[in-house]
Ligand binder design. Sequence first.
Ligand SMILES: Cc1ncc(COP(=O)(O)O)c(C=O)c1O
Length: 384
Amino acid sequence: MKPFRDEIEALQQSAITRFSLPHMQDKEVIPLWYGEGDTVTPDFISQAAIQALEAGQTFYTHTRGGLPLRAALKTYLDRLYKLDIDPDRITVPGAAMLGVNIAAQTALTNGDHGLIVGPAWPNIETCFRVTGASVSYVSQHETDRGWHIPVDDIIGAVLPNTKAIFVNSPCNPTGWVMQRSEQEELLEFCRARQILIISDEVYHRIVYDQNVAPSFLSITRDDDPVIVINGFSKAWAMTGWRIGWVVAPKRHVSQWAGLSESFNTGATNFVQAGAIAALEQGEDFVRQQVKQFSQSRDRVIEAFSKCEGLDLCAPQGAFYAFPRVTDTASCEGLVEDILKSTKVGLAPGSAFGPSSDAYFRLCFARSPDNLQIALDRMVRFFQS
Ligand SMILES: Cc1ncc(COP(=O)(O)O)c(C=O)c1O
C-alpha cells in the first residue's frame, strides 16, 4: 500500500519554474520567462475591488460566481461575439487555470486518453495527468503565414479512448490562431464522437489583425461537448487576481455549481467587483495594451532578424515569441547561457511538450524600454 497515486509520484516540475525559481530574487534579471507583463492592473479596476472590500464584501458568494458578475459576463460575451448566450452556462470558479483543471476532471479518468494540441503551456499536461489519463500531443507546424495545424492532423491523433482534446487559441507559446472554419470542422467530429473540446481562450483579445480571436462560443449549441475557458489575467493585466470564467454545456449547470463549490467555493468576493469594472469599462485599456503588444512584437521580429541562427515564425496572437534555434537539438543549455551572460530570463522550449526542444519562449508583454534593453542584450549575445 502506498498513499500517493502513481500519477502524482511521476509529476515533474515544469522547465519554466526549474529555470526561473532559483533566480526570482535577482533584481538584475529581466524576466521574460513568465506569461505576464510589467503593467500594473489599471486603477479603475483596483478601485472597484477596494470599494467592495470597504463595503464589506468579504463573504462567500454564489458558488458559480455572483449574479452581477455573471450578468456582466453575459453582456460582454454577447457584445463581443454577437450572441445571446444562456447565462446558466457561465461559471466563475476562480482562476482560468482552475477552470481548465475542473474541465479536465469532467471528462478524463484512469484508462482514458487526453490529446493536447501543442506546443502547449506545461500546466495543461499536468492537470491532464493528475486525472490519471494518458496524454499525448499533436503538433502545430511553422508555415509562411504563421504556426498552423490542419484539423485532419488533430483528428488523426485521436485514439479509441480519447475523451478530451485541449485547444488553446491564440496559443501560448506559438501565437497560432485557430480559424472559425477549423473550429467548425473539429466540433463536427467531436460532436459525432462525443469527445470533449476544452477550448482555452485566455488570449482571446490579444490578436494582431482582428478585434477578437474566433471562439468556439460562436458555433456551439447549448449542449455540445465543449467547455470554453477564459480569464481576466491577460487582457486586463490581472494575473495576480486569480479570476476567470468557464462556459459549459447547459445540462451541467448544477454539476458546475457543485464542482465550483467543492474546488474553491466560488471566486473571491471583492475581486469580482474588479472583474465587473474590467468588463464594463476596460475596452480602452484592452485596445491600448494590444497596440503596445503589437509594437513589441514588431521589435522582437526586427531584433531576431539580426540574430544568426534564430528562426522566428511571427505570432498571430498572444504575447510570446517562440523562435527555433537552428543549430541545436536542445535549448536548455543556451537559455542557461543567455541568462548567465545577459541576465535575460527565457523559458526553454522543452517545457512546452515534445518536439519543442530546439525552441525558446520569450514574453514580450513588457514596457517598451525594458523590452528593448533585453533585446539589445540578446542581439549582442547572438552576434558574438
Ligand atoms: C494557455 C493558458 N491557459 C491558462 C492560463 C491560466 O490563466 P490564469 O492565470 O488566468 O489562471 C494561462 C496563463 O499563463 C495560459 O497561458
